[in-house]
Write a protein that binds this ligand. Structure first.
Ligand code: GDP
Ligand code: IMO
Ligand code: MG
Length: 448
């Protein structure tokens, strides 16, 4: 069977922690979209592993697959693999030959386009990893795929077509004097050919490339369990998120099928688990109706949560914006993904506050909405209709993790019951701290 883990909000919900826990019961962990814009943290035996591209199951020694829906920067990939090996792990990672390659010019264009958009408030606050420009080339049928790195003739032909276009774009549209800039190599066909050919050789030598759909289906046929590890989150999905402040892929559960080559009937026949952070965090730009930023006391509260929750971007180090839980956003996620269960993380971070609120609904021009409007302009005009919850005290969360659900403070249980009822899905796990042991696991999706 398959279990698909999806971010329910704006990314950084703590997906890595749950993939690590349930990955223990799987045989293969699959990323189906995104690239090294993701930052998934796994804390195991006091060691913190930060994974951007390598599926989080690597920490458990599981086979990791980067599906065709991913965009792969080979430089980051090999750096990350080398770091994990230095940390004593032996990751076994396979990459779809259909996955697209992030090239240096994609990163350069990501940076200059964000700068150009910033005058009009359209910048998404990207991670600068070249994600959007690479997906653009994929859709524009001028991308370079992992399989192309293994074939020198194809690689050269594709580069000779794409690079002059990119050079013209950078020079004519954005005024970058490519030849004299520090980015000259990023637009040099010969340099790119040599560098990416070498990556291709390494991928071939280490037998890392696969036909992902066939590889994964054969695993399923052999009785293996598959865990799909979503990156980012539903509200930054290119179709279902807060466009244009989104990433360029489909983190939603449908993406698991398209981005891996495993049939939708198989993915849909399995479990889809939404990962929920007990409040909101956001690294990018755009509106955020429940953001805590209006008054000094709200900002103080946001600072407290940010510090306590360590809310600084894993990839970029940027301080994350903080808000109350947004229930219309969660209802939207539950519908778009069809959650069979949820995990709620970070309830420890909210402990000890004087007040806890939730955006239960939105007020848009006097009308009450229970789910997100389809345009971000309308979403930005929504005022949250807040619902208050009795706060819960700080407790020894490690002890709670050992004792289980009944040890969770009553008021926190009421908060969890409310979330579960509103999204109409049972709670499979509750995060009470960053470590693998600091999770109260109620159900295992592989045993449903
Ligand atoms: P991901 O991108 O969804 O995998 O999440 P990140 O790793 O970017 O961010 C989540 C952060 O919260 C990481 O530092 C985790 O170690 C940490 N974390 C995960 N679950 C919990 C939890 O329940 N409580 C606390 N305090 N931290 C958590
Ligand atoms: P994980 O997997 C949170 C955000 C960026 C920006 C927008 C587009 O760790 O949850 P991109 O570089 O993808 O073109 O940026 O998406 N973003 C994330 N926010 N968590 C992530 O990943 C993110 N990956 C991208 O901040 O607003
Ligand atoms: Mg993250």
């Amino acid at each position: 069977m398959t279990v698909t883990i999806v971010g329910s909000q704006l990314g950084d919900e703590g997906k890595g922690a749950l993939v690590d826990i349930w990955g223990g019961d799987s045989d293969v962990v699959v990323r189906y979209q995104g690239g090294d814009n993701a930052g998934h943290t796994v804390v195991h035996d006091g060691t913190e592993y930060k994974l951007s591209l390598v599926p989080s199951g690597a920490v458990r020694g599981k086979v990791g697959v980067l599906g065709n829906g991913c965009v792969v920067n080979p430089e980051t990939l090999f750096d990350e693999l080398d770091t994990l090996r230095e940390q004593g792990l032996d990751p076994d990672v396979r990459i779809a030959r259909r996955a697209h390659v992030i090239l240096p010019y994609h990163r350069v264009i990501d940076g200059i386009e964000e700068e150009a958009k910033s005058d009009d408030d359209l910048a998404a606050g990207t991670t600068g990893r070249g994600i959007g420009p690479t997906y653009e080339d994929k859709a524009g049928r001028r991308g370079i795929r992992i399989g192309d790195l293994l074939d020198p003739d194809v690689l050269r032909e594709r580069l000779e077509y794409a690079v002059p276009q990119k050079r013209t774009l950078a020079q004519e549209a954005y005024g970058l004097d490519v030849a004299t800039s520090e980015h000259a190599d990023a637009f040099d066909v010969d340099h790119l050919f040599e560098t990416y050919r070498a990556y291709g050789k390494r991928l071939a030598e280490e037998s890392m490339t696969v036909n992902a759909g066939e590889f994964l289906t054969a695993k399923l046929d052999a009785g293996d369990e598959l865990l799909f590890e979503g990156a980012q989150g539903t509200s930054i999905d290119i179709d279902h998120g807060i466009y244009p402040y989104v990433t360029s892929s489909n983190p939603t559960a449908g993406g698991a099928a398209v981005g891996s080559g495993v049939a939708p009937t198989v993915v849909g026949g399995g479990e889809v688990v939404g990962i929920v952070k007990a409040y909101l965090s956001r690294v990018g730009t755009g509106p955020l109706p429940t953001e805590l930023d209006g008054t000094d006391s709200e900002e103080e509260l946001a600072d407290f949560i940010r510090e306590k929750g360590g809310e600084f971007g894993t990839v970029t180090g940027r301080p994350r914006r903080i808000g109350w839980l947004d229930m219309p956003m969660l209802r939207h996620a539950a519908r778009a993904n069809g959650f069979t269960g949820i995990a709620v993380n970070h309830i420890d971070v909210l402990a000890g506050l004087d007040e806890i609120s939730v955006g239960h609904a939105y007020d848009l021009d006097g009308e009450e909405l229970l789910t997100m409007p389809a345009t971000t302009e309308r979403w930005g005009r929504c005022d949250p209709v807040l619902k208050s919850f009795e706060p819960w005290d700080e407790v020894d969360w490690s002890a709670v993790a050992v004792e289980g659900y009944d040890a969770i403070p009553d008021n926190a249980q009421a908060y969890l019951d409310y979330i579960s009822a509103e999204v109409d899905a049972p709670i499979y796990a509750i995060g009470v701290g960053p470590g693998r042991d600091e999770t109260v696991v109620l159900d295992n999706p592989f045993e449903q």
